[in-house]
Design a protein around this ligand. Structure first.
Ligand SMILES: Nc1ncnc2c1ncn2[C@@H]1O[C@H](COP(=O)(O)OP(=O)(O)OP(=O)(O)O)[C@@H](O)[C@H]1O
Ligand SMILES: [Mg+2]
Length: 230
């Protein structure tokens, strides 16, 4: 069952002679339970693609559907994102004045969940990423790998069905990186759809399918051995 559908999507930044054509007609479908890796050189449009798939940005032309909804017709994209989309940003975006648990609770509280229950939900996902003991620490008191786990917990909280991860393994050691892929894969196998940007074939191997972007276009798509084993 298709959960996300991008059809003929383009994204142009700016106008006239200085316009940047970040995406030039990309069509991509992501099924429920599917993990798709996006690879490609710097500037090829990977982050732009994730932003469009999650409704953080709107296409210049083409359409994006999440479930049955055409995002062009959604007034409150922020609310849809909080409910349905978990995003791990390239630069993590943790709020420095909030503890790890408060960072994870925030999207739920913004959605009207009471703080007691939001805290319970946050503690459950922190446990899932093996970070319950870090709940009351502030981001600056955490290592890079620990911060990465908190950012992932924030993306997982509230049972979001679409997870978008922009190089979530960043500069992590391979053991922590593998652990993060294991967590994303488990969510996927539990019914989420995951779009993962990575430069590392090691992590792309956890995906069902790898999409290669070049100059804003899909240059190639390949099933992984994992897909054929399923
Ligand atoms: N807000 C913006 N204004 C102008 N140009 C932009 C903007 N955002 C992205 N671009 C341009 O669009 C193109 C695609 O950028 P994007 O961030 O999607 O690349 P990327 O594949 O994620 O690269 P990286 O691997 O370095 O993260 C680049 O040429 C970039 O400079
Ligand atoms: Mg990027």
């Amino acid at each position: 069952m298709t959960y996300v559908r991008l059809a003929g999507v383009t994204r142009v930044h700016g106008e006239g002679a200085t316009a940047v054509h970040a995406l030039k007609g990309v069509s991509l479908e992501l099924d429920v339970g599917e993990l798709v890796a996006v690879m490609g050189p710097s500037g090829s449009g990977k982050s732009t693609l994730l932003n469009l798939a999650g409704g953080l940005d709107r296409p210049t032309s083409g359409t994006v559907h999440i479930g049955e909804q055409d995002l062009a017709g959604v007034r409150d994209l922020a609310a849809l994102r909080r409910r349905s989309v978990g995003y791990v940003f390239q630069d993590l975006n943790l709020i420095t004045s909030l503890t790890a648990a408060e960072n994870v609770m925030l999207p739920r509280e913004l959605d009207g969940v009471r703080s007691g229950r939001a805290r319970q939900e946050a503690m459950a996902v922190l446990a899932e990423v093996d970070s319950a003991d870090l709940a009351d620490r502030f981001p600056e008191e955490l290592s890079g790998g620990q911060r990465q786990r908190i950012a992932i917990a924030r993306a997982l909280v509230g049972e979001r069905r679409l997870l978008l991860a922009d190089e979530p393994t960043g500069a992590l050691d391979t053991r922590t990186g593998d652990e993060i892929l294991r967590i994303l894969r488990a969510r996927c196998d539990a019914g989420a759809a995951v779009l993962l940007v990575t430069h590392e074939p090691r992590y792309a191997a956890w995906a069902d399918r790898v999409v290669f972007l070049r100059d804003g276009m899909i240059a190639d798509t390949t099933d992984t051995p994992l897909a054929s084993a399923r």
